[in-house]
Design a binder for this molecule. Structure first.
Ligand code: ADP
Ligand code: MG
Length: 240
């Protein structure tokens, strides 16, 4: 599981995370919602050690992420991450893009890496696009490629940061369908999202971030349908 305990993070004088406590158990889907600038992305970067923290602790399967003795590359193999936009390698095919990391990071043979990548690309519905170039694909297909590419590393955890925010509205559905598929596979996921209806449907737990703190956390029913805090109500009234 992922255990986040009292995490503080500052950029210079700006305190962005002011004591975040959050547990994500195996098989759980946790959605993080909240206004722009509330610290959602920063928390994801702290979980996979792209950013250092100034206080508290993050454990992934009991391993202290920010301990100086922790092998960060090893750690990141356990945390697949998909961003709002991912720039694929334009000179590589869809299959070559998805098969790259297993070869470079895990040292798999090209054949083995392409076998794994083909399986994941097929799983996200890109089985007929293996030999195309990503630049020819729609934004939704490119995001599904980004998801397949992360899955090809076989991580036990996936972190999603607003993966549908840059998409045209008609392409959002196919990417959310892919996330539903992963949820049904039992994947443990943290999803930063503005898709409230989606969060309501798939999450075991929803955390509402406000200015670097979790203002309210609970089941989707509790937080999204029956929020107790005024700030949560205000936020939901703006985005729903
Ligand atoms: P969210 O994802 O909720 O929109 P972020 O985590 O991206 O919020 O950002 C939280 C705050 O931290 C913002 O005020 C942002 O400007 C600031 N911030 C994020 N990254 C950096 C950075 N590398 N250096 C300085 N400030 C940053
Ligand atoms: Mg963000």
């Amino acid at each position: 599981m992922i255990e986040i305990k009292g995490v503080h993070k500052s950029f210079g004088d700006l305190e962005v995370l002011k004591g975040i406590d959050l547990d994500v158990k195996k098989g759980e889907v946790v959605s993080i919602i909240g206004a722009s600038g509330s610290g959602k992305s920063t928390l994801l970067y702290c979980i996979n050690a792209i950013e250092a923290i100034n206080g508290g602790q993050i454990l992934v399967d009991g391993v202290d992420v920010h301990d100086k003795n922790t092998d960060k590359n090893q750690l990141r193999q356990n945390l697949g991450m998909v961003f709002q936009q991912w720039n694929s390698f334009p000179h590589l095919t869809v299959l070559e893009n998805a098969a790259l990391a297993p070869q470079v990071v895990k040292g798999f043979s090209k054949e083995k890496a392409e076998e794994i990548a083909t399986k994941e690309l097929t799983h996200v519905g890109l089985g007929d696009k293996l030999h195309e170039y990503p630049t020819k694909m729609s934004g939704g297909q490119q995001q599904r490629l980004a998801i397949a590419r992360a899955l090809a590393m076989d991580p036990p955890y996936m972190l999603f940061d607003e993966v549908t925010s840059a998409l045209d509205p008609e392409l959002v559905g196919e990417v959310l369908d892919t996330l539903r598929l992963l949820r049904d596979d039992g994947m443990t996921m943290i999803c930063v999202t503005h898709e409230i209806a989606f969060a309501k449907e798939v999450s075991d737990k929803v955390a509402f971030f406000h200015k670097g703190l979790i203002e309210e956390m609970g089941t989707p029913q509790q937080v999204l349908e029956n929020p107790q805090k005024e700030r949560t109500k205000q936020f939901l009234s703006k985005v729903l």
